[in-house]
Design a protein around this ligand. Structure first.
Ligand SMILES: Cc1cc2nc3c(=O)[nH]c(=O)nc-3n(C[C@H](O)[C@H](O)[C@H](O)COP(=O)(O)OP(=O)(O)OC[C@H]3O[C@@H](n4cnc5c(N)ncnc54)[C@H](O)[C@@H]3O)c2cc1C
Length: 403
């Protein structure tokens, strides 16, 4: 089969690897508009479940991803001079640059052709049995047929910027700072022994109030370094992570599509669906799309059946994640509802931000209910663990008494 992947992001590259592993005779080319090694964003998070899946499908790249990742086991929230810690929040971080380099190397070793600095225009698609639109959230291939795909886009309210820093956060760190124009916050997480990601977000009023809408990049970085000085420990923020050499303020676009394929063109990764960055899932979902598409193409000889199977499976799998992402984004948009709670409560509800119930229940009441439910669950677990032991002891005593 001749396959053309548009976009050398995680989705396109991983799909090319999996297809080649299943059938080395496939003729696969990945086209990427940017030069090799230049990519946006600093590092991404993921959870153990992804590593297990990667190992299952390609041990070589999985091992390289694992070796290049760092792990944290704690979450920390800084609010109004108070620091709250929560252990047991285990996650992994890897540089986006590093991840793409690993996948590109692996793809080449399997004889996938990688064509960098080669932008594909939607009106001039290369001839192939299958064209894969892995061209990201702003996909021009999808836009060209937006009516056929039934594309819907919802823009978030808050502004964000995806930066790096040489400060290595040991824990997943949330820092909320109150300014004269409202709250601004960052999520920081390490992705290598040399650096961390810093996603900074605020309401539009805060963004304009602080002058971030008009400041040039150097002034904006200097301002943000002052705002977050207590957490950066003198380390700079690194803004030059955009594909065009600069990081940009954006509003998040949640993209959905009624259908994910049109003739021999199929959407994958962010081109098919985007989920708010605050749940740190987009890369995982892109890789899982690749796994599902490769499997469907292997199992169904006819393309329409394979694409329908892929779409059905992934849409189903995405339902709960999309809901979590929507509520998580809303939580941050409603920050004033939670930020004045006692720090312990505020951090607990930050951890519950995916809940569909939370927006409708007074936050303190929700906290109490959640705590009580947690205690009941702990008791249940204890009962499950100790129950058989207690029953055996009672039985043994009853037998002994009868003798
Ligand atoms: C602030 C922020 C933080 C995030 N943090 C995380 C996180 O912690 N964990 C996580 O899992 N996800 C995270 N994500 C999401 C993640 O980055 C995306 O979901 C993921 O990159 C999607 O992969 P993809 O392969 O679909 O698209 P992309 O990675 O966007 O790749 C698309 C590629 O296509 C190329 N391209 C576009 N058009 C063309 C064309 N016409 N011709 C050729 N090439 C083209 C682009 O240059 C790009 O390289 C975050 C996103 C944001 C915005």
């Amino acid at each position: 089969m001749k396959v053309v992947c548009v976009g050398a992001g995680p989705a396109g590259l991983y799909l090319s690897i999996l297809l080649k592993l299943r059938d080395p005779s496939h003729d696969i080319t990945v086209h990427e508009r940017n030069p090799e090694g230049s990519t946006y964003g600093a590092g991404v998070t993921y959870w153990r479940g992804l590593l297990d899946k990667l190992h299952e499908h390609d041990t070589t790249s999985a091992r390289a991803v694992e070796e290049s990742s760092i792990r944290w086991d704690e979450g920390v929230a800084h609010v109004r001079g108070r620091t709250t810690r929560r252990s047991g929040d285990t996650g992994h971080g890897i540089g986006r640059h590093q991840l793409l380099e690993i996948l590109a190397r692996r793809a080449r070793s399997l004889d996938v052709r990688l064509e960098f600095e080669h932008e594909i225009m939607p009106e001039k698609l290369p001839a192939a049995d299958l064209v894969v639109a892995g061209d990201g959230v702003h996909s021009t291939l999808r836009t060209q047929y937006a009516d056929d795909f039934g594309t819907r886009t919802r823009r978030g309210r808050n502004r964000y910027i995806w930066l790096g820093t040489s400060k290595v956060f040991e824990a997943f760190t949330f820092a909320f700072v109150e300014t004269g124009h409202g709250w601004i916050w960052c999520y920081g997480y390490g992705f290598s022994p040399e650096g961390s990601t810093c996603v900074i977000e605020c309401a539009p009023e805060t963004w304009t109030g602080l002058g971030l809408d008009t400041a040039n990049e150097a002034d904006a970085m200097a301002l943000l370094e002052r705002v977050f000085a207590d957490f950066l420990d003198g380390h700079p923020l690194i803004g030059r992570s955009g594909a065009d050499g600069s990081a940009q303020w954006r509003t998040f676009r949640t993209v959905t599509n009624r259908t994910w394929h049109r003739d021999n063109l199929v959407l994958i990764g962010d081109a098919a669906h985007s989920t708010h960055y605050s749940i740190g899932a987009g890369t995982t979902l892109a890789l899982e799309d690749a796994i599902a598409l490769a499997a469907a193409l292997h199992e169904h000889a006819a393309l329409p059946q394979a694409l329908a199977r892929y779409e059905q499976e992934r849409k189903q799998a995405l339902l709960s994640v999309q809901s979590a992402a929507r509520y998580s984004a809303q939580w941050y948009e409603n920050l004033p509802r939670y930020i004045r709670l006692p720090p312990q409560q505020m951090f607990a509800l930050l951890g519950q931000r995916h809940s569909p119930l939370l927006p409708y229940v007074p936050p303190q009441l929700y906290y109490q209910i959640d705590r009580a439910a947690g205690q009941v669950e702990t008791l249940r677990r204890l009962k499950r663990r100790l129950g058989p032991k207690i029953a055996r002891t009672i039985q043994a005593r009853a037998l002994a008494a009868r003798k």
